[in-house]
Design a protein around this ligand. Sequence first.
Ligand code: NDP
Ligand code: MG
Length: 387
Amino acid sequence: MRRISVFGATGSIGESTFDLLMHQGGLKSFHTVALTAGRNVARLATMARALHAEVAVCADETCLPALRAALAGSGTEAAAGPAALAEAASRPVDWAMSAIVGVAGLQPGLLALQQGATLALANKESLVAAGPLMLATAAAHHARILPVDSEHSAIFQALTGEDIAAVERIILTASGGALRDWPLSRLAQAMLADALAHPNWSMGQRITVDSASMFNKAMEVIETREFFGIEPAQVEVIIHPESLIHAMVGYHDGAVMAHLGATDMRHAIGYALNWPTRQPLPVARLDLAAIGALTFRAPDLARYPALRLAREVMAVRGLAGAAFNAAKEVALDKFIAGAIGFMDMAGLVEATLDKVSTEASLAKAATTLEDVLGMDQLARRLANQAG
Ligand code: NDP
Ligand code: MG
């Protein structure tokens, strides 16, 4: 029986993963080693009971008494705190889902790779902040990373059976987010509620704002470069309002392979869960005649300065991705809190990268977890001072 763990089980990706695990037989098909959450004790305990998990862990230490009570008599061990999370992530498994949000997801993923696990990687921050470290860890331990971000799963699928050397370009599609039809002159006045009205995907608040600002796409451009090992100039972004093509791979004979599917993360999660086979998934099927038309337009860099910043980050590489992600997190927090405007987020990120470069080397290679987390802390501190 396949041994699995889910890090970030109670989040949006974690819930979809749980749904698929249950759909594919639950505890009859999987031996669940670890399920983890931040603080959501009740939901974590329910999942742990349903899957007979060996251990359930809350990252927040203060949750331990409540988790123990919720798991009483279940046979699942309750644990909490950073050391317990690391211990759980180090337990050998065949497959682990990395779905914690933020750089907190980096260490559990690395620990699973060190055990030789196949890591289904939803956590974007891992590749943006520490791409070379993730790939080197996987290679050193004969582990495998399977992308779960929908665009990267789409690219991975469009590359099946192909030689990466034949790839000319990779095209990421972007919905353009909630504000794509606003005039540029009004964007500076956009409020949180405006940025949250996402046209296609139903996601958490933070990723929805990142979608409107295209910081999400900027992260994905960096992820693409790191994961697939291609040159930054080979990664393109196109606005595709219908969000039905998730990504395209263009080959040097001019052919373009596109991946289409409904906007449901269970596609990409299910693909990573069943790879290298495909299993039936409980997702909507596309009715192309009803859809009628797929449309595209080039992104305007004046509207989306995050895309320009991604290019600068890729040119420096090293720890620049860690600084970029941390500064973006702070800028997003400030926008959500109403402290800065929508178009000020990119300015704050750019100013932070400049400041960081006067105190530390952005180009220093991201070779250890400590280097990456150190840069994350530095960039957060400077971004907070800047605003
Ligand atoms: P959510 O915020 O919905 O869930 C995050 C999960 O991580 C929850 O289980 C949460 O626990 C846990 N968590 C939060 N903070 C910590 C912490 N400090 N330490 C340990 N665990 C913590 O996020 P999503 O599921 O939306 O996203 C997860 C990752 O996947 C992100 O990196 C995101 O960018 C990426 N992603 C998400 C997509 C989506 O459609 N949602 C699409 C593509 C990528 P608790 O519930 O207790 O707070
Ligand atoms: Mg995505």
